[in-house]
Design a protein around this ligand. Sequence first.
Ligand SMILES: Cc1ncc(COP(=O)(O)O)c(C=O)c1O
Length: 320
Amino acid sequence: MTQPQPPSTGIAWSRGAFIPAEQASISPFDFGFTRSDVTYDVVHVWDGSFFRLEQHLDRFLASVAALRMVLPVDRDGLREILTGCVSRSGLRDAYVAMVCTRGRPPAGLRDLRRCENQLLAYAVPFVWVSEPAAQVKGVSAIISSIPRIAPESVDPTVKNYHWLDLERSLFEAYDRGADTAILLGPDGNVTEGPGFNVFAVTNGRVATPDRGVLEGITRQTVIDICAERGLPVEVRAISREEFLEADEIFMSTTAGGVMPITRIEGRILGNGAPGAVTMSLREAYWARHRDPRDGTPVTYEESEMPSNGLARQKELIPAG
Ligand SMILES: Cc1ncc(COP(=O)(O)O)c(C=O)c1O
């Protein structure tokens, strides 16, 4: 009789080999660690298919180039590594990261141009910014007193690990009894939150901030869905006041999709339940996972996959 397998904890591609995810490592002398001189991207796999993989590759390769780094593999090689991590992990629903660090210069030198850039990738069980059970109720957020780092200093369109402003805002949210935080930019307008973009819906019009944000792939998916449905959608500056007075607010991220915010700064939106526009966009977002335009199926090495414990959470996600 075959023994039940333990849930998969994931596979990494680290230092040129596929290994268990927990064994992945970078050098403590890598500038990616000591200086946060690193860029990354996260794509997800849902029901055995990557979602919008090519868009994530585009963004990652643009970020690598913007930081004047060079990957040890080309786009096809990178796609193969990511697929290799997922197929070997057996995970049908996965959080798949690709990370490029500056590396380190030759001993005794500090010349950034002489660093050998390092690529790390891994597939681990799907990660939620907000779990499905919380999503159907809606989450609570504050507007943080900590401003988002200026886009002129750290370009937010290059996905990065400069997270201390985001993390400080999260502790502020916990201290104020909220789940998460949204940060204003140095100009006082709304930007984004720890790991997600934001949208406001007012009088049936959908809007998301135009600057000071990562150009999220989920944000773009929402924009595409709105355009296809003839729902007015605007990418523009949103002031704190406008945001706080919106009919509906929601977050968008690879790590959970479209997620309603039902309380902001203590104000209850609508009747305290997720809004109709948000929930229909959430449903459309998950339905997009069945659209062959957006999916890249993974061929797995084994046909029998160990469970990763996601089944109960997935019951709360629209089947599409
Ligand atoms: C700061 C920040 N903004 C927005 C997002 C959402 O981007 P995406 O939809 O591509 O996951 C993320 C995702 O991790 C993020 O870290």
